[in-house]
Design a protein around this ligand. Sequence first.
Ligand code: SAM
Length: 218
Amino acid sequence: MNTESTKAFYNATAAAYAQNFLDELNHKPFDRYLLQRFARENKDKGKMGDLGCGPGHTTQYLSEQGVADIVGIDLSEKMIEQARMHFPTIPFETGDMLAFDKPDQHFGSLIGFYAIVHFQEEQLKNFFEEAHRVLKPGGQLLISFHIGDGMKRVDELLGVKASADFYFHEVDPMIERMTAAGFSIIDMMIRYPYVGKEFESKRGYLLATSQLTIGNRQ
Ligand SMILES: C[S@@+](CC[C@H](N)C(=O)[O-])C[C@H]1O[C@@H](n2cnc3c(N)ncnc32)[C@H](O)[C@@H]1O
């Protein structure tokens, strides 16, 4: 799905999205566990970027876990408005994770919760290469996605008429894309949906580290 259409979709749905999802972590113990672990392992390793942060609830949760140097980044300016309004003490900025306006090795760690769900093959490749570029050597990347194949078109979200394509991805090709971009996989985790609490898909969580290459080995 192209970037402009994705931005338009989230600008249109930002307020409804925030209202519906800001407290979702209360009902998702596995996600909380992963965020706690990610915070513990990365809070002292440089700036953490929460990519596709939406209304900022994951950014806030990571901050509560002791991550002081964190920024939430999202394509949609309306999402960033929501995030700033709800969590005024945390820095949020607009940005495109397919083309970061950041120098190489800017971040100590990166997380993208359901942020890649609109990406197709070329965009995934682009994203992992960009993430690898802006991560410090040895930095961690945690992503989550809906497992499966194909695409689901929605023309309405939470009562707002707006269209988007959501892509499902299989685990092994995702691992291959990440390793091709220079990541080493630490853990692959799958959970089944919390029925009645969220869209009923099987979910994948991949934790990886940017590999040291000969050029930047210390
Ligand atoms: C499904 S929402 C997930 C939001 C939040 N992480 C959560 O867990 O609820 C996907 C988010 O990714 C953002 N996004 C999509 N493509 C992006 C891009 N290229 N760069 C930055 N953000 C992007 C959207 O604007 C949207 O807020």
